[in-house]
Design a protein around this ligand. Structure first.
Ligand code: AN7
Length: 357
């Protein structure tokens, strides 16, 4: 029945081979991606008023985001096809993941990023894994247009989520949620940028439902940042802006797929302000011990917003996807935190500083 779950912890290609487009010639590569924790909420569940609330900690993947699930398959298929180089546009996490798997497999990785809008930890990853980095005076949407054009005429494999292997790999997160809960949840809250991940989860839930591993399918609840909410507004956003730089995207490649996931599941795609995102970000860290990046907090901010107007969620089982680790973006983390003045290494001075004397 629950086939493929025996080799837990060995990577996506080993755990779910029967659900992936693998052939005898597909190299079985891994950096230990997937099999991420699904942890029950201890605070926000009651605070928000949810029946059962879980967080899927995708920041626990090898490069710190969900991108690794799809990248491992995209790179395996690139190798199978004889490719010697991969290319992507990125707001940061895709480039970090591509660079890691590229390095692992000894192929060249090229990344095109919006200059000034990639969190430093993500850029550091691309640098240290040895990718060639091309910053552009432009946004993610322009970078994606560029890599699509380049990959069409040069011998390099495009590994953005327009590459269908990316979504195939990423759908395994939905399998893990069902495997952990013994069925699909009632609602799945997830941030939306280029809209690949919400599409991949929906694909995963549908496949497990058809195969009988899940008896139901969740309502897919996608959240964009208010300054980068093309799907909510129904039109391309030419100059997207948000503190959540990972989802600073104005023309999502998987727009139609995300709308289909929303409509087929009876879910919604809505937006949250930067203020709501940062409030959820701090709440998640301080009250749950979960340090997600700002884009990831959009899922929790979305749940908070939705629950205010939909009390039926008090009877429901809900999963929020925490798509990436907060450690990559320490600038946002320490924003507004006044640095403490160093003091003498003296017990009395420290006691005074703590208000204990
Ligand atoms: C932490 O890395 O688009 O809706 O270039 O890094 O599938 O795009 C990242 C997106 C959510 C949105 N959370 O997922 C990139 C990039 C985090 C992310 C998203 C991203 P999609």
């Amino acid at each position: 029945m629950r086939q493929g779950t025996k080799s837990v912890g060995r990577g996506v290609l080993f755990r779910y081979p029967d659900y992936l487009p693998l052939t005898a010639d597909t190299p079985r590569i891994t950096l230990g991606e997937g099999d991420t924790p699904l942890v029950r909420s201890r605070f926000l569940e009651k605070e928000i008023g949810v029946g059962e609330l879980y967080f899927k900690l995708e920041g626990c993947n090898p490069t710190g985001s969900f991108k690794d699930r799809g990248m491992v398959l995209a790179v395996a298929k690139a190798l199978e096809a004889g490719s010697r180089a991969i290319i992507c546009a990125s707001t940061g996490n895709t480039s970090a993941s591509a660079a890691a798997y590229g390095a692992r497999c000894g192929i060249e990785t090229l990344v095109i990023v919006p200059s000034g809008y990639v969190a430093m930890g993500k850029l550091a990853q691309a640098v240290v894994y040895g990718a060639r980095i091309i910053p552009i005076e432009g946004n993610f949407d322009q970078a994606l247009q560029l890599v699509r054009s380049l990959a069409a005429v040069h011998p390099v494999t495009l590994v953005n989520s327009v590459n269908p292997h990316r979504l195939e790999g990423q759908k395994t997160a939905a399998f893990e949620v069902v495997d952990a809960l013994d069925d699909a949840p009632d609602y799945l809250f997830i941030p939306v940028g280029n809209a690949g991940n919400i599409s991949a989860y929906w694909q995963g839930f549908q496949e497990y439902h058809k195969g009988g591993q899940a008896h139901r399918r969740p309502k897919m609840m996608g959240y964009q940042a208010a300054g980068a909410a093309p799907i909510v507004r129904g039109e391309e956003v030419r100059n997207p802006q948000t503190v959540a730089t990972a989802i600073r995207i104005g023309k999502p490649a998987s727009w139609a797929k995300a709308v289909a996931a929303r409509d087929e599941s009876g879910g919604a795609i809505d937006m949250v302000t930067d203020e709501e995102i940062l409030q959820a970000y701090h709440s998640l860290a301080r009250h749950e011990g979960v340090f997600g990046e700002p884009a990831s907090a959009a899922s929790v901010a979305g749940l908070m917003k939705y629950a205010r107007n939909h009390r039926e969620i008090g009877e429901s089982r809900v999963v929020c996807i925490i798509t990436g680790t907060g450690l990559k973006d320490t600038d946002t983390a320490v924003l507004g935190a006044a640095p403490a003045q160093p003091m003498a290494p003296d017990m009395k001075a420290v006691e005074r500083a703590l208000g204990w004397a």
